[in-house]
Design a protein around this ligand. Structure first.
Ligand SMILES: [Zn+2]
Length: 759
């Protein structure tokens, strides 16, 4: 719907858009300037002075959960809660990653984010493999390189690029700011060193725990169908795939969950990994609370059930709900509707008669995003539970791993004896800016644009430079909006070097893919790899796709889907033959595994590691104050004296608060709140919940003159034991001790005791 228009006069909307764009560009320029300023300080990044208050947030609390496995030997069990909790702020920037929406900054905490690690090793042999599922939007190349570096310094050659898979769950309510490529700096306001550090350390910590806790064990695999939890958000693209191919499937999404169960030799439960294709976007882009979304809630339910009597995030059982080929899969099962008129906008451009594309949003199944998250998470959890209980097919056999770095900008693919095609330098199409029905774009772009828009093209040419004819031709029919492959200042805007990797655990082959494969792309890849194994003497492999691994390259749509240029296709950055190239590459890896030839694989060109120390527009922390006559942790609004144990009751207290980033800076692990219950028997208070619980919410709101408030909510679930309870808050505030020195001072706040009575 990108129409032609006159360039002589601008409508009001266009003026607004121009202003938006100029602001965005200024932000980028400011970042770049800051980049060079800070680079000169030799690593000690000093912010140009007037430092706005409230700071960068990033809030990644990692729980190192180690789960490890040994195919017939040790398992390194799961979690011993090791939250490298780095949580942060809110309202002042804790940027969230996923919707590419700079307005979406963190404003508190709904659930903690964790890294869950599993190690499988051969009992006698030297082979081992590591699988990590982290509650982040995606694994970036920067995170991966830093994790590998730390592993090398700790373990030598034991954990390497070929046998370590890092996979993001793709929650859209986690932190941003951990990328080294320039494009991602725009929405994340730079590279936020504390965020990067806490993610890297959290992942390494979870691997350490797994490593230390290995025991002999057994693995079982099971598969089953999850109903009522997904829709295809680009069904018109899916329909572009050949009918003969579509006919072989009963649905336009993959409903199958594959689950790997781990027990030790005595049969004690250790953990599980499940792979299921769904976007963790039940929480939409209006959310400001850090959380792990629907799949995180499934992990929470499973771990709570198995780690009975423990606080959330504690206990030995680890349940990872990892991502898969979720590219075009939405959890918002009621489908797309116009937010203003309520009518359906299930059309090829996802547009509304009034308001266009920005009004077309998918909802459901719950009455709000919190309930939707719970419903989808619960569906996934219940199926996993059933598959886990019934899993009886044992996984045995050798371990192996195959990995290559590939320059994805120039892969040549033999389609047949006479046709060879190539991948392209990265570029994003116009429809990238439209977003999806799970998170619409801010400007007037629509999905399915196969023609450029002279208005935007001119702005692009002036500001970012015109794409070369070669790149334009390579990406046909994609109209290029961001010509990232030809933009290198101050660093490349998108990666050229990409990881391809397969890890085989006996009959299970895990394909670690660097982005978001659509449903049909995933099917083609799995089947091609399966055939490769079959034809080289390894029949009957269970092939699963692990998504968002190792480096982020956006989406991978099929060639046919690409022609329609909806969001996923516009975001297929290496051009129309991206999928074909990956299929060729992963077949090569599978063949090497099947023929025992992984040693002969060329490692390929090593990815670059850019010298970016810290670079962010987020303000740094400064001195804070309490209102007159009050101090930090004082109650401003008290709880009621009594609540009933019924759904919908919320105990709520507001304190004189301080920036949560202070706490994150002061500890690798920090719990912001507890719910405590009075025990008449011991005459003491016992902690029954912490901030990792999905029933508690922590809100920080920033005021003026260094003041801020913290509100803690406890959404009292049905079934809560009647009794006497209270809520506690743990924080740190910044205090000036002399002209040069500002320190963080710990404090606590406590609500009055309140009664919970039976309904
Ligand atoms: Zn996505």
């Amino acid at each position: 719907m990108a129409g032609k228009r006159s360039r002589c006069s601008f409508s009001r909307l266009e003026l607004i858009l121009i202003v938006c764009l100029v602001l965005m560009i200024s932000l980028t320029v400011a970042l770049l300037v800051l980049h060079f300023l800070t680079r000169n300080t030799n690593g000690k990044c000093s912010y140009p002075s007037p430092v706005p208050q409230g700071c960068p947030g990033q809030d990644f609390s990692d729980r190192g959960t180690g789960g490890g496995l040994q195919v017939t030997a040790e398992l390194s069990p799961p979690p011993s809660s090791v939250p490298v909790t780095h949580r942060n702020d809110q309202r002042a920037p804790l940027l969230q990653m996923g919707y590419a929406n700079p307005e979406q900054v963190g404003g508190g905490l709904l659930s903690r984010l964790y890294s869950r690690a599993f190690i499988v090793a051969e009992p006698q042999g030297s082979q081992r493999v590591v699988f990590v599922s982290a509650d982040i939007g995606m694994v970036s190349q920067r995170v991966r390189l830093e994790v590998l570096k730390q592993l090398r310094s700790k373990y030598g050659e034991l954990y390497r690029q070929d046998n370590v898979i890092l996979s993001g769950t793709h929650t859209h309510s986690g932190p941003g700011g951990y990328f080294q490529y320039t494009l991602f700096w725009i929405t994340s306001r730079g590279l936020v060193q504390p965020t990067l550090k806490s993610i890297v350390n959290g992942i390494v910590k979870s691997i350490d725990i797994a490593h230390e806790n290995m025991k002999k064990g057994r693995l079982f695999i099971n598969r089953g169908t999850v109903e009522n939890s997904q829709i295809n958000r680009s069904p018109f693209s899916y329909l572009a795939n050949p009918q003969s191919e579509r006919k072989r499937y009963s649905s336009n999404t993959d409903k199958e969950m594959v689950l790997l169960k781990m027990v030790d030799v005595e049969g004690h439960e250790l953990g599980l990994i499940s792979w299921f294709a769904v976007h963790p976007v039940s929480m939409n882009n209006s959310n400001h609370l850090v959380n792990s979304d629907n799949v995180g809630y499934a992990s929470y339910l499973f771990e709570q059930e198995k780690n009975k009597g423990m606080l959330p995030g504690e206990g030995p059982f680890v349940a990872a709900f990892a991502s898969s080929n979720l590219g075009d899969v939405s959890p918002n099962t009621r489908g797309p509707f116009c937010a203003n008129t309520g009518e359906s906008c299930d059309n090829p451009q996802s547009t509304c008669p009034v308001g266009g594309a920005s009004m077309c949003m998918a909802k459901g199944p719950g009455k709000d995003m919190f309930e939707s998250t719970r419903i989808i998470g619960q569906n996934i959890y219940l199926k996993a539970k059933e598959l886990y209980e019934k899993a009886s097919q044992e996984v045995t056999g050798p371990l192996s791993s195959a990995h290559q770095w590939v320059n994805m900008t120039n892969v040549s693919v033999e389609l047949n004896a006479t046709h060879t095609v190539r991948t392209c330098k990265p570029a994003l199409g116009h429809s990238f800016a439209a977003g999806t029905i799970d998170g619409v774009g801010a400007l007037n772009f629509t999905q399915g644009s196969v023609e450029g828009d002279p208005f935007w093209d001119q702005i692009r040419d002036q500001l970012l430079g015109e794409p070369s004819n070669e790149t334009k031709a390579c990406h046909q029919p994609k109209p290029i909006l961001f010509n990232t492959g030809e933009m290198t200042w101050p660093h490349p805007w998108h990666p050229d070097i990409v990881d391809v990797q397969i890890v085989a655990i006996g009959s299970l082959a895990i394909l670690a893919v660097p982005g978001e494969f659509t449903t049909m792309s995933g099917r083609r890849l799995r089947e091609a790899v399966q055939r490769e194994f079959d034809s080289h003497g390894s029949p009957g492999m269970n092939v699963v796709i692990a998504g968002l691994c190792n480096v982020y390259t956006h989406y991978i749509a099929t060639y046919e889907e690409y022609q329609l240029q909806r969001y996923e296709a516009a975001s297929t950055i290496y051009g129309p033959h991206t999928l074909s190239a990956y299929i060729q590459l992963y077949r090569g890896l599978a063949k090497a595994i099947a023929l025992n030839g992984t040693q002969e694989l060329s490692p390929g060109p090593e990815p670059p590691f850019f010298n970016v120390t810290s670079l962010t527009l987020l303000p740094s922390l400064s001195v804070e104050s309490a209102p007159a006559g009050k101090t930090f942790g004082d109650v401003l609004e008290e709880v009621r004296q009594e609540y009933r144990e019924v759904r919908g009751e919320v105990a709520e207290v507001t304190f004189v608060g301080a920036n949560p980033r202070n706490s994150a800076e002061n500890a690798t692990e920090h719990n912001f709140l507890t719910v405590e219950r009075y025990s008449n028997i011991s005459s003491s208070w016992r902690v029954v919940l912490n901030d990792a619980s999905w029933d508690t919410r922590f809100y920080w709101s920033k005021g003026t003159s260094g003041r801020s408030n913290v509100t803690i909510e406890w959404h009292i679930p049905a079934g809560t034991e009647p009794g006497v309870y209270r809520l506690r808050y743990f924080g740190h505030y910044k205090k000036r001790v002399n002209f040069l020195r500002v320190i963080s001072v710990p404090f606590e706040g406590l609500s009055s005791a309140f009664q919970i009575t039976a309904p």
